[in-house]
Write a protein that binds this ligand. Structure first.
Ligand code: ADP
Ligand code: ZN
Ligand code: MG
Length: 490
């Protein structure tokens, strides 16, 4: 994984990583944060622009109320307090995709502060502080033609300019790449539950910058940090952090110093490299945005948003354990997505067998969905039909083994389990007379084995059961078969 092989496990073990994440989440509003242009992704370049988001002189921003509502929703779910009054500020820097020469963000008076996300480290819960959640606009996009082999031309697409973002800044509370991964997973799950973002990393709706430093175990002071950008996936986040931690330890062990800088992760080489020396707040010449009034979130507005919050993943997980007597592992997996949790709950209620419903959703159905590249929302098997299948197994109409085949057929055709079972004649044979006829035939055809059984070689029974099962294509109930055989062989 790493190209730094000079460090022994012993040396690595003397250090402790310190990590803080800055996560940008694109809000799912239909229009941009300060104008009415569409936020739709993938439209022809520069189609969704106007004087405001093009940064033309004299154009004035107007704050999108829905964006604030979504930001407040996210902040509340992250346990932050909402500042009754916050302010937008200009963050000045030059970049070709930033036509105004500044980004409207929030600085010393952010929307919200002081929250947390609980992560799990082994069996213990750990609280990761959230410093702040603030609102800002996105910049445009530079498209480099020929990149990375040659940078012949760069085009600017301003469709993204002015798309609403929230930035979620964590405290430096994370202590390993795995903790960072877990934190980001929970943050993403939460945003998806709230439906404030689609968190699509490939489209840039979820972006993460990782701040990382190392210190000797037991040391009180933090080391100098670097900031790693260009982390396009959860896997890259983990890889980049692991690499960066080792690199820093290597530098320190060789008597060097960490320089505070921004580094880029190169996913092809699986390493980070320095991009520029760290910029500081004063480089941006922040000042209050004169074209916007302070943002006031009233108590009523906040209460209204609070009431609209759905049941959050942690609460749902606990409830699933208590209400359906599910093991923690099942509850955690089912609540990892709101759609899966809803699907499970509908199936469990419809069949009255929560543990069986959990097993079917997490195993066989998940497998079929994955194999066919479908999400649970696109499942051809409805929760009600899955419940129907579970009931057929519970009533012994079909065997558990057959139920798997029936599910596959349901998945393929969208038919109900009852339809499939009766069309294919899959009902279990529960009539002892019918089985007795078959048993007699088999006994007559195998006099030697029958004799062995009668002389006390009881193990032969298993063989006979197998023969009957084969003759009935698995449709007989094994226990009944055994009873019938005992009688016929006596
Ligand atoms: P800056 O002024 O460089 O932007 P901040 O204090 O605003 O630094 O922190 C930015 C991010 O870096 C936060 O997520 C924070 O938790 C994290 N961070 C701060 N100090 C350290 C450190 N020494 N090591 C790792 N991460 C840190
Ligand atoms: Zn616009
Ligand atoms: Mg900062």
């Amino acid at each position: 994984m790493s190209t730094l092989v000079t460090l022994s496990a012993d040396t690595l073990g003397q250090y402790e990583p310190v990590i803080g994440l800055e996560v940008h989440v694109q809000l799912l509003t239909r229009s941009k944060i300060f104008c009415s242009c569409s936020t739709h992704f993938g439209d022809p370049p520069n189609q969704n622009t106007c004087p405001v988001c093009l940064g033309l002189p004299g154009a004035l921003p107007v704050l999108n109320r829905e964006a604030v509502t979504m930001a407040v929703k996210a902040a509340l779910a992250l346990n932050c307090r909402i500042n009754p009054r916050s302010r937008f500020a200009r963050k000045n820097y030059f970049y070709p995709d930033l036509p105004k020469g500044y980004q409207i963000s929030q600085y010393d008076e952010p929307l919200s502060e002081g929250g947390w996300i609980d992560i799990e480290v082994g069996d213990t819960r750990k609280r990761i502080g959230i410093t702040r959640v603030h609102m800002e606009e996105d910049a445009g996009k530079s498209l480099h033609e020929g990149f990375p082999d040659s940078a012949e031309r760069t085009y600017i697409d301003l469709n993204r300019s002015g798309v609403p973002l929230i930035e979620i800044v964590s405290e430096p509370d994370l202590r390993s790449p795995e903790e960072a991964y877990d934190y980001l997973t929970r943050l993403k799950t939460l945003m998806l539950y709230l439906e404030v973002s689609d968190c699509n990393m490939e489209e840039g709706s979820l972006r993460v910058d990782a701040n990382v430093s190392v210190r000797k175990k037991g040391a009180a002071a933090f080391g100098t940090k670097t900031e790693v950008k260009n982390l396009n996936s959860f896997r890259f986040l983990q890889r980049a952090l692991a690499y960066e931690v080792e690199r820093q330890i290597d530098v320190l062990e060789n008597g060097g110093e960490i320089s505070q800088e921004t580094r880029l992760f190169d996913s092809r080489e699986q390493r980070t490299y320095g991009m520029r020396s760290k910029e500081f707040a004063h480089d941006y010449r922040y000042f209050p945005e004169p074209d916007l009034l302070p943002l006031v979130v009233t108590e009523e507005w906040k209460e209204h948003v609070l009431r609209s919050l759905p049941e959050l993943p942690g609460a749902k997980e606990s409830r699933f354990q208590a209400e359906y007597a599910l093991p923690k592992q099942d509850a955690a997996l089912l609540t990892a997505s709101r759609a899966t949790a809803d699907f499970f709950e509908r199936a469990a209620k419809a069949c009255g067998e929560p543990k069986l419903a959990a097993n079917w959703v997490l195993n066989d159905l998940s497998y079929l969905l994955q194999e066919n590249g479908k999400s649970i929302l696109e499942s051809p098997v409805t929760a009600e039909n899955l419940a129907g299948l579970i009931k057929l197994v519970a009533k012994d109409t079909i065997s558990g083994k057959m139920a798997k085949d029936v599910l596959a057929e349901m998945f393929k055709t969208g038919k109900t389990p009852n339809q499939i079972v009766s069309e294919k004649g899959l009902e279990q044979i529960t009539d002892p007379e019918k089985l007795a006829v078959i048993a007699r035939e088999i006994i007559a055809a195998n006099p030697k084995q029958a004799e062995q059984y009668r002389q006390g070689k009881t193990a032969t029974m298993g063989w006979f059961v197998g023969q009957v099962m084969k003759a009935t294509r698995g449709q007989a109930q094994p226990q009944l078969v055994q009873e019938v055989l005992k009688r016929e062989l006596a």
